[in-house]
Ligand binder design. Structure first.
Ligand code: SAH
Length: 264
């Protein structure tokens, strides 16, 4: 019987060097990981505990463990900009993505957000991801397969979401595309009352357009616009200060809830 705490062929491994450089590899017996610091043979990890130090042939030390979703997303093969983990975390909370939820997402891109949504809705949820670029569909599908294997409750729609959402009684709509205001009318029809829409937007001009349109729309309430700033700190024996460099900007988040109208 296989021990789930030991690395096996086909597992994803996160390798972290002493300078905190990170690499994600899939274990294949006979393959090896090459870096400036030397070679690690995959075979030397297979059968070892999933959180262990390993030396290269040149004596460099790597920590080998299972990548978290954030590690995987940060190192994702990509055909488009992916949503950063700090924003994915906020999207899951703002959108209140729950096990069993019916969720519509667009665009799928490299599927960083898609993978997080699939994990959050669990096996009883349903996710439809709209994407217009064939290249993204191929890349996204591959990334999902690598991290999660096959998902029965997931479908990719190779269509333009501006032309309308096909699904009915949708609990949550998550948008990462240039003109989310073009989805508002469809969202107003397809979201359940109380349902939540969350949009990721790189520029504040988009935020203004979207948030103001939602605020003045009869079918939406509780429109919120936020930005998540993450400031990592350097901690050492005689030093505790913010890192010199940080990611200055990723995007803004706008959320809103569907309102069914007045009680007459
Ligand atoms: N959230 C993704 C990145 C999405 S990038 C991730 O985390 O990896 C934006 C994607 O939206 C692009 O791949 C683009 O092709 C797609 N897109 C743009 N307009 C669209 C539309 N009207 N309908 C469906 N997809 C669209």
């Amino acid at each position: 019987m296989s021990d789930l705490n030991l690395f096996a062929e086909g597992d994803l491994v996160l390798l972290v060097d002493r300078k905190d450089r990170r690499y994600v590899v899939t274990l294949v017996d006979g393959d090896s990981f090459h870096s400036h610091g030397g070679i690690v043979h995959h075979a030397s990890l297979i059968g070892q505990e999933k959180g262990i130090r390993v030396r290269t042939n040149k004596g460099q030390v790597y920590y080998a463990t299972v990548p978290t979703l954030a590690d995987y997303v940060t190192n994702l093969p990509r055909s488009s900009q992916v949503v950063y983990p700090k924003d994915i975390g906020a999207i899951l909370m703002l959108g209140d993505i729950f096990p069993g939820a019916t969720v519509v997402e667009a665009g799928m891109g490299s599927a960083a957000l898609t993978i997080a949504l699939l994990r959050a809705i669990g096996p009883d949820g349903h996710l439809s991801s709209y994407e217009i670029r064939d290249e993204a569909i191929i890349q996204g599908r591959e990334n999902i397969g690598t991290m999660l294997g096959s998902s029965e409750n997931f479908r990719i729609r190779n269509s333009d979401i501006y032309e309308g959402i096909v699904e009915n009684t949708v609990d949550r709509i998550i948008l990462d595309l240039p003109e989310p205001w073009r989805v508002i009318e469809s969202a107003a029809q397809k979201l359940v009352p109380g349902g939540i829409m969350v949009c990721f937007l790189p520029t504040i001009l988009q935020v203004h357009n979207l948030a103001f349109t939602l605020q003045t729309h009869a079918s939406f309430e509780m429109v919120e616009s936020i930005e998540i700033l993450l400031r990592p700190w350097h901690i050492a024996a005689n030093s505790a200060r913010p890192m010199h460099r940080m990611v200055g900007h990723t995007g803004f988040l706008v959320s809103a809830r569907r309102c069914a109208g007045f009680i007459e």
